[in-house]
Design a protein around this ligand. Structure first.
Ligand code: GDP
Length: 206
C-alpha cells in the first residue's frame, strides 16, 4: 500500500468554483457518474473506510471535496453527475462547473474518471473526455466494480475501451484505462502508479 495516499485527510468542501483553494497546489481530480463507485474507489485508494462518503442516496447535496496529501498535494472529489433524479438543469449546471474547473484550474495534473465496468463511456463520461482533450489534461479511467463481471468479460470491456481511445485520440494525449475493484482491492497498484506519475513526477534531468 502506498503510504502517500493513506495520509489523505479531508481538507475543505466547497459549493462552487469561486471558493476553491488558491490555484497553487498540485491536485488530481476524480469524477464519475453517480453510483459509479467513485467514493468507494477514493476510500480504497487511500485505504480508509470513510474518507469519501459512499452513498446509498446518490444525488445528495453536491460539493467539491478536497483531500489533503502532504506538501500541498490534493485529491479532489468532484460531484457525481448523471443521476436520473436530479433535475436536468441542475445536472447540466454541475457538469458545466466541472468543465470550467477542468479548463481553468492550473493546479490540476490529471483527471481520473470512474466508470462502472458494466456501463462504460456514457454520454457525460465522453463529454469529460473531450473537455480534457481540449484542455490537454491527461485522463485515466478506472473501470470499477470489475468483480461484478467474469475475468474474461472484464478484460474484453477493457480492450473495447482502449480500442475506442486508440481510434478517438492521438497517442500523446490518449486516455489510459484499467480494471478496478474497491471491493476486492484489485487495481490499486496501477492507480497508485498513475497518481504518483502525476503528483510526484521524478525531477527532470538537466
Ligand atoms: P459513487 O456514487 O460513485 O460515489 O458510488 P459509491 O462508491 O457510493 O458506490 C455505489 C454502489 O456501488 C455502492 O452500493 C457500493 O457498495 C457499490 N460498489 C462500489 N465499488 C464497488 C466494487 O468495487 N464492487 C462492488 N461489487 N460494488 C461496489
Amino acid at each position: 500500500m502506498n503510504s502517500r495516499y493513506r495520509q489523505a485527510r479531508f481538507h475543505i468542501g466547497v459549493a462552487d468554483l469561486l471558493q476553491l483553494p488558491p490555484d497553487d497546489t498540485e491536485e488530481v481530480a476524480v469524477a464519475g457518474r453517480s453510483n459509479a463507485g467513485k467514493s468507494s474507489a477514493l476510500n480504497a485508494i487511500t485505504d480508509q473506510r470513510a474518507l469519501a462518503r459512499t452513498s446509498k442516496t446518490p444525488g445528495r447535496t453536491q460539493q467539491i471535496n478536497y483531500f489533503a496529501l502532504q506538501d500541498n498535494r490534493y485529491l479532489v472529489d468532484l460531484p457525481g453527475y448523471g443521476y436520473a433524479r436530479v433535475p436536468p438543469d441542475i445536472s447540466r449546471r454541475w457538469l458545466r462547473a466541472i468543465g470550467d474547473y477542468l479548463h481553468k484550474r492550473r493546479s490540476l495534473r490529471g483527471l481520473i474518471i470512474v466508470m462502472d465496468v458494466r456501463h462504460p463511456l456514457k454520454e457525460f463520461d465522453c463529454q469529460l473526455l473531450d473537455w480534457c482533450f481540449e484542455a490537454e489534461l491527461p485522463v485515466h479511467v478506472l473501470l470499477s466494480k470489475a468483480d461484478k463481471l467474469s475475468r474474461g468479460a472484464a478484460a474484453a470491456t477493457l480492450q473495447q475501451v482502449r480500442r475506442r481511445f486508440n481510434e478517438a485520440y492521438p497517442e500523446d494525449s490518449r486516455p489510459t484505462a484499467q480494471l478496478f475493484s474497491a471491493l476486492k482491492k484489485t487495481g490499486l497498484d496501477e492507480v497508485h502508479r498513475r497518481l504518483d506519475a502525476w503528483l510526484y513526477p521524478p525531477p527532470r534531468q538537466a
